[in-house]
Design a protein around this ligand. Sequence first.
Ligand code: 1GP
Length: 239
Amino acid sequence: MQPAAIYSRIKENADASKKMLAFLVDPDKAEDAYLEKLCELAAAQSVDIFLVGGSLLTGGDLEACINKLKSLSTIPVIIFPGSPSQISESADALLFLSLLSSRNAEMLIGQQVVAAPYLYKCNIEVISTAYLLIDGGKQTTASYISNSTPIPADKSEIAAYTALAGQYLGMKQIYLDAGSGALNNIPSDLIKAVSEKIDIPLIVGGGIDNHDKIKAAHDAGADIVVIGNALEKGLKIFD
Ligand code: 1GP
């Protein structure tokens, strides 16, 4: 396993209140021309991280997608895996997720045990991440595939204490996700409630498709804001 260079950078930035932006790339939708445009936009917007992965890959090539990003950009590439099959040594790091919002043992620890032997052989930084799905107004692929109920968006206290439990368990960061293409992004009061309870980095994503929403999430306490779907739709989110 690699030393924790990527996580150290994330933690240092979070501790210094230097807000970060991540672009999420779905390998199923990663044509070369799209990745080239994405890398140009990422450079122009000083993007900090590329996340690569998906709840369900249906034909995309994770390895090729990572290699293409690495050939076009020096921005770190972190795998955001939807399953233990999404592991590649070509990436800089991997989010080792446990779905703490669920009560599904398979998503809390089962899949992690399946992934562990592969990661053991891999020269890649592994970042323990408490993953919390928050209701975003419609069922998302993530909640369907994980067979889990998201935390209601108006139950800030449940989210905050679930995140704190993750921190007490030794997890290195919290990821609050309304799911890709969520109708509603995560409300600022929920982000704030979580951020006030924890002192590890906070990642927020799902349904964030314009500059105001990015700013609102950062202002509420998100250290890293993730943008996925809006990029694929070609929305001019930074105009
Ligand atoms: C989903 O948090 C990410 O897991 C990003 O969501 O695709 O809606 O931006 P969007």
